[in-house]
Design a protein around this ligand. Structure first.
Ligand SMILES: *Cc1c(COP(=O)(O)O)cnc(C)c1O
Length: 395
């Protein structure tokens, strides 16, 4: 049996999204900036896609800027707020310690340019509170950027409350909602979100396309220079097939949100309940406010990489944290941020589900994970030391 349980890394494109893309290669291949009718037809298709995305976010179409993905949207939102903040001598930015690297590395770059960055602590409850944001805001704060939901451990942040705090303080609020869009009910106006990043391939759309929502009136700088596409804020001929595929996938995801969530949450809870029976393990992330498809555990005495390889041999595609940290020997910054010590953080497993997963697949995972964990523990010198009392259990 083959089980794909790495949907937080990327998802399979839906049949409908793929179908929606095809005419963009064959019929609507014009450049939306061209004045002839072939170009203008493509422009109409582009604007129709923009309207669909806007409808899912609860904003106006003109507030949606298409990008090459979530990373670019994060970069542009943060750099924009920083540039405009600096003009008013506001060079303080608030974020969280468990953001995606697209956010953290952009903040590092700004820190090297003289910005001051406050990363909120997430060790308490594997989440942040709006009060933490409120306490961190200063006179010179030019941006609060907090992810909507964490890609590794699934915690959903109190976005509406954070939005309210930022609005009251008059500080722009950006959220990296790449894991949330298409999975959670979002309304940028009701939640007081000023900027929001999303990515097509995290909700069964194509890769290499995303969007940035920016509240009307909020200034935006372009990070890609060139032509006047996207109201002059993002140069480059529009990736029309990608944009159309993403919009189709998002419209489907929003239309079926409740039904999909009900199904995926039930699978998730069955998986969490079953895996919790493995001795000396712990669930990572907020146990209550949690993404419908996220299951994240640490198992003591094993090594996440070996676990993944053995699971792959059993047909299960999973992850040890985020796809971005694999290949490096450092444990995930997210697991360290929530207070897992190095040894424990190394023994992590993330299973991220979608509505394409079935109950039979969950049963298969529940059969093989405990087997593989005990196999690895039986070979582990760390586990032997734990069993003989030479070392103390942490979990
Ligand atoms: C996947 C992901 C990104 C990056 O999106 P890309 O479209 O792959 O660039 C950013 N933030 C989060 C939380 C993600 O999960």
């Amino acid at each position: 049996m083959q089980v794909y349980a790495d949907n937080a890394a990327t998802t399979k494109i839906s049949g409908h999204a793929l179908q929606a893309m095809m005419p963009c290669f064959e019929k609507f291949y014009g450049n939306p900036s061209s004045l002839h009718s072939v170009g203008q037809e493509a422009k109409e298709v582009l604007e129709d896609a923009r309207a669909k995305v806007a409808a899912c976010l609860g904003c106006e179409p003109r507030e949606v800027y298409f990008t090459s993905g979530g990373s670019e949207a994060d970069n542009q939102a943060i750099i924009s707020a920083a540039r405009f903040g600096a003009r008013k001598n506001k060079k303080h930015i608030i974020s969280t310690a468990f953001e995606h690297h697209a956010v953290l590395h952009t903040l590092n770059k700004l820190e090297n340019e003289g910005f001051e960055i406050t990363l909120l602590d997430v060790s308490n409850g594997h989440n942040v509170t709006a009060q933490q944001v409120k306490d961190a805001i200063r006179e010179d704060t030019c941006l609060v950027t907090c992810m909507y939901a964490n890609n590794e451990i699934g915690s959903i942040l109190p976005i509406a409350q954070i939005g309210a705090v930022c609005k009251e303080a008059g500080v722009p609020f950006h959220t990296d909602a790449v894991q949330a869009v298409g999975h959670l009910q979002i309304n940028v106006k009701e939640q007081n979100i000023d900027m929001l990043s999303l990515s097509g391939h995290k909700f069964h759309g194509p890769k290499g396309v995303g969007a940035l929502y920016v509240r009307r009136g909020l200034p935006l700088v372009n990070v890609i220079e060139g032509g006047a596409q996207e109201r002059g804020k993002r140069a480059g001929t529009e990736n029309l097939p990608g944009i159309v595929g993403m919009a189709a996938a998002l419209a489907d995801a929003c239309a079926n949100l409740e039904e999909n969530n009900k199904k995926v949450t039930a699978l998730r809870d069955k998986l969490i309940e079953g895996l919790s029976k493995i001795p000396h393990c712990a669930l990572n992330g907020d146990p209550v406010n949690r993404l419908p498809g996220n299951v994240s555990f640490c198992f003591e005495g094993i090594e996440g990489e070996s676990l993944l390889l053995l699971l792959d041999m059993q047909g299960v595609a999973a992850s040890s944290g985020s796809a971005c940290t694999s290949g490096s020997l450092d444990p995930s910054h997210v697991l360290l941020a929530i207070g897992r010590v190095h040894d424990v953080a190394h023994g992590s497993l993330r299973l991220s589900l979608s509505h394409y997963n079935t109950e039979e697949e969950i049963d298969h995972i529940l059969k093989v994970v405990p087997e593989v964990v005990s196999l690895l523990r039986n070979m582990s010198p760390v586990w032997r030391d734990l069993q003989t009392g030479k070392r103390e259990y942490i979990l």
